[in-house]
Design a protein around this ligand. Structure first.
Ligand code: SF4
Length: 338
């Protein structure tokens, strides 16, 4: 794990407070989508197929801050679209940092180098740069040549200016475990704080429907890719989530752990499915039929899903919800054996 100690302590104490209050369902990371427009159109993306009048719109800073307050999660991830295209992204980030929220600004890196001057390095701010593998694999995934080199250049510049930088990687069928291991080496050589991994979700709206990973293939890929992980590899996510992807845990989804807010409202039930919207966070939590979702519900849309926005909160809850989970996390962290 490569999460800074202050962030670990904040998250741990938040979860302990939820446990003491006997809350069954609580948010851990708010997925805040301030806009859907993007300067790429990747084959596996399910977020950019909206009509032009929706793609032109964005949430205001005030709407975003209100959602963050309503939700109360200690971590705010800002995906999109491309959040650096938001005209007031600097004001939004500054407002959230002032509230001591740990912000992960997800970006494809194309605008990062030129926009860095808008931000101030802080332990509360991390740029989470989307990189789906080595140069050839990444440029292929984002359907444009040269994007990998621009993203790597932006990572170097952000690190040189003292920013926290992580990477986020979505994996699809056909990924080579050997090439991914070389990719981990390359990212760590750049000096990033940690890497986040997730299998892609089979978005029905995504242009490429052929290459989404199914469950058994996900287990096989992650088991090979993360077999005897090198000590220098740092992952900015729960080690139990990685073990789940390797087939060593049978977690079910807890979609309320990473709720999504965007210009339509609070999205039911998760970041991936759009089965209606609630006007308030409370309404989302109290009126969503959660039992209809997750692997064990039998819902077809959930059968192959293993994405971090559904299962990472489950893994973290397991760490803090049982002595066994806690000890397992400690052992994995200390031995670096997944
Ligand atoms: S299993 Fe996946 S698709 Fe189903 S509710 Fe959870 S995150 Fe959403």
């Amino acid at each position: 794990m490569s999460v800074p100690l202050s962030q670990m302590v904040t998250v741990a104490s938040y979860i302990v407070r939820q446990k003491l209050a006997r809350r069954q369902r609580y948010p851990l990371v708010l997925m805040l989508e301030p806009l859907f427009r993007c300067n790429l159109s990747c084959a596996g993306c399910g977020k950019i197929q909206y009509p032009a009048q929706i793609l032109k719109k964005h949430l205001t800073v005030e709407q975003c801050v209100n959602a963050v307050e309503e939700c109360g999660a200690p971590i705010v991830a800002i995906p999109g679209g491309e959040p650096l295209m938001h005209p007031e992204i600097d004001r939004l980030v500054a407002a959230l940092v002032a509230k001591r929220k740990y912000v992960y600004l997800c970006t494809n890196g194309l605008l990062l180098a030129e926009r860095l001057a808008l931000f101030t390095p802080s332990r509360y701010l991390s740029f989470s740069v989307h990189v789906d593998g080595l140069r050839d694999e990444h440029d292929d995934a984002v359907c444009r040549e040269g994007v990998y080199d621009r993203a790597v250049g932006a990572i170097r510049e952000a690190l040189a200016r003292g920013f926290r930088v992580t990477t986020n990687t979505t994996l699809f069928d056909g990924t080579s475990p050997v090439r991914m291991r070389a990719f981990f080496d390359e990212m760590m050589s750049l000096g990033v704080e940690g890497m986040m991994l997730s299998p892609g979700y089979s978005y029905s709206k995504a242009p490429d429907q052929e290459h989404f990973l199914r469950r058994t293939k996900t287990h096989a890929l992650f088991a090979r890719m993360l077999d005897r992980p090198k000590r220098r590899w740092k992952f900015n996510q729960s080690p139990l989530f990685l073990r789940f992807l390797m087939g060593k845990h049978d977690f079910d989804c807890t979609p309320w752990g990473m709720p999504t807010y965007n210009m339509f409202g609070w999205q039911r039930p998760c970041y991936l499915l759009q089965e209606g919207y609630a006007a308030t966070f409370r309404e989302l939590m109290e009126t969503t039929e959660w039992q209809r979702y997750g692997h064990r519900s039998g819902n077809e849309k959930c059968q192959d899903c293993m994405v971090h926005s559904g299962f990472e909160a489950t893994a973290v809850n397991h760490t803090f919800g049982s002595l066994r989970g806690f000890l397992e996390t400690v052992v994995v962290t200390l031995t670096h054996r997944l």
